[in-house]
Design a binder for this molecule. Sequence first.
Ligand SMILES: N[C@@H](CCC(=O)N[C@@H](CS)C(=O)NCC(=O)O)C(=O)O
Length: 223
Amino acid sequence: MTSESIPELISFKVCPFVQRSAITLKEKNVDFKTTYVDLKNLPDWFADVSPLGKVPVLRVDDSIFFESAVIAEYLDERYSPSLHPDDLLQKARHRSWTEFASDITMNMFAMLHAKTEHDFQELKNKVAKQLTQVEKEIHPQGPFFAGDVFSLVDASYAPIFLRLYLIDQAYKLDIFPATGRIADWSNALLKRDSVIQSVVDDFEDIFMDYTKNSGSFLSQQIN
Ligand SMILES: N[C@@H](CCC(=O)N[C@@H](CS)C(=O)NCC(=O)O)C(=O)O
């Protein structure tokens, strides 16, 4: 195999989709470098590497690719240990629940940035309902989605749980199902080294400032 340069992850500090890629890289102990962009003030070169205008983007030598799911699949095939189950049907199921995490992530973002209380409550109910849907799929003994083995599904839910946890400290969301299984899963993920190390040290401040400056209903409650 020819030698590769270390992968470069193009990131926006508060992006949950980038965080998935960073968690996956950390789980696999891959040395990588991170280049941060400001999505509100993008550098000229960004359009050349990101046809959709989004992060994450991964650059490996002269190859550039985008979409967190594509990056996760590449990393999983390229570096061990695999974070997918071997069984093809289970693997497909894991991919489905990762897609589901993308939908929750978008609804959570919309909830955090909703301008009115009505929209906020509606989106909160949507996210809460989705959490009860995924709860039925978690391994009964936990601590992770598929039991004691961390998988790419976990990498896609940890960024959601981190943001909900931080917001909850400033404004009680009470969004987790009462059974506590999602809360247990969230606790297990937020303690995981790869998750802790997947964001910048001052993530809490940056994320809370980003949310407080959004002009949303929630920002008025926590400012
Ligand atoms: N489906 C994409 C979603 C990525 C995404 O929405 N990234 C946001 C930041 S968290 C972004 O770059 N937004 C810029 C824009 O939409 O203009 C993925 O999974 O990578």
